[in-house]
Design a protein around this ligand. Structure first.
Ligand code: NAD
Ligand code: IPM
Ligand code: MN
Length: 359
């Protein structure tokens, strides 16, 4: 029986409130299905650490994570104290890049018992996967400001797409679509306006698609694609997008399922050369921090995705994942529910209820 070593990094704000619930359910599921877990708590990669040390993480952060199988991450950011680009480029974005987590897998699903903000939609109508490119694209630190502070200021920020980088995330998305019943892949593009990188991205999608004749591919400009997330969510099965487009779609999609407090994400290094990182899609939510009202489901679901990935979707790990999802479904349907779901439960009450449902 293999044991897994997990680094727990709560981060800032509600990251610190949802992490204990993620761990509670993770431990319950691991125990139930006989999965050995060693959780190592890391008290860095948060803004208080930055205020004390002038950096988000210790210099040897990589060595401290050298022997972990995966990272469970809360959320980072406390913009009142540290500028967001400093805290995020100093932590989360560093993990994604240095650990080559080139796939950001973000499931979107409407649950029974959640009033859908879209008229007339039922569970089953919204059930798709956003595959977000996670290491390049629009997220770069390449560029600069000229004539700063004058009326002649010019700002340049480059985007970067590599063939290796595009092909591998597109291939992942095609593979995923090919394994699903509907075998539909939507490629987010903007080849009409972003006239160099996006026509090229479409071409790479065509090239990779040659290997997947059974997958029905649909390229959509990001503007109308966003509109269809709202108007025709049942069209979508797997959606692949560049870093920024995927970021936006992965808040919009969950918003159509009632609350972003449900949305999980898996930052994957599918090659398994480096640890993958599992975290809610949402951030540190300073507006609700300290009240114990944050929805813990995004964190708990992320932990389930971690177990599934660690065990390559086999045996106990898959069973533990499925049991966590079933417990989430039951508690969302029957309560106790947090405020964003229309209930009055606290973060810990909802987390406990989900843990108690693991059978
Ligand atoms: P946010 O996701 O933190 O919050 C947006 C809104 O959604 C807020 O009104 C918040 O109260 C609500 N919300 C978020 N999670 C919730 C939950 N679990 N339950 C109930 N309500 C929830 O986005 P923001 O306000 O743009 O960002 C706040 C900080 O978090 C910033 O520093 C930002 O950079 C950072 N951030 C970090 C991550 C990350 O670490 N992965 C992701 C997004 C934003
Ligand atoms: C996310 C977040 C991050 C991103 C921010 C905090 C840098 O919004 O994980 O979706 O843009 O990737
Ligand atoms: Mn985001």
């Amino acid at each position: 029986q293999r044991r897994f070593r997990i680094a727990a990094i709560p981060g800032d704000g509600i990251g610190k409130e949802v992490m204990p619930e993620g761990l509670r359910v993770l431990q319950a599921a691991a125990q139930r299905f006989g999965i050995g877990l060693d959780v190592v708590h890391m008290d860095w990669a948060h803004c208080d650490y930055y205020l004390q040390h002038g950096k988000m993480m210790p210099d040897d952060w990589k060595a401290r994570l050298a022997d972990v199988d995966a990272i469970l991450f809360g959320a980072v950011g406390w913009p009142a104290a540290v500028p967001d680009h400093v805290s995020l480029w100093g932590s989360l974005l560093k993990f994604r890049r240095e650990f080559d987590q080139y796939v950001n897998l973000r499931p979107v699903r409407l649950f029974e018992g959640v009033p859908c903000p879209l008229a007339g939609r039922r569970p089953g109508d919204i059930d798709y996967l956003v595959v977000r490119e996670n290491t390049e694209g629009e997220y770069t630190a390449l560029g600069g400001i000229m004539f700063e502070g004058t009326e002649r200021e010019i700002v340049i920020q480059e985007s970067v797409y590599s063939r290796v980088g595009a092909d591998r995330v597109l291939r992942y998305a095609y593979e995923l679509a090919n394994q699903r019943e509907r075998k539909r892949l939507t490629v987010a593009t903007k080849s009409n306006g972003i006239a160099i990188s996006m026509p090229w991205w479409d071409k790479r999608a065509d090239a990779i698609g040659e290997g997947y004749p059974e997958v029905a591919v649909d390229k959509q400009h990001i503007d109308i694609l966003s509109a269809r997330f709202v108007l025709q969510p049942d069209r979508f099965d797997v959606v692949v997008a560049s870093n920024l487009f995927g970021d936006i779609l992965s808040d919009l999609g969950p918003a159509t399922t009632g609350t972003i407090g449900l949305a999980p994400s898996a930052n994957l290094n599918p090659d398994r050369r480096f640890p993958s990182l599992f975290e809610p899609v949402h951030g540190s939510a300073p507006d609700i921090y300290g009240q114990n009202i944050a929805n813990p489901v995004a964190m708990i679901w992320s932990a389930a995705l971690m177990l599934d990935f660690l065990t390559e979707g086999q045996g106990a790990g898959r069973q533990a994942h499925d049991a966590i999802l079933a417990a989430i479904e039951a508690v969302i349907a029957e309560g106790p529910r947090t405020r964003d779901l229309g209930g009055t439960a606290s973060t810990s009450e909802m987390g406990k209820a989900i843990a108690d449902r693991i059978v």
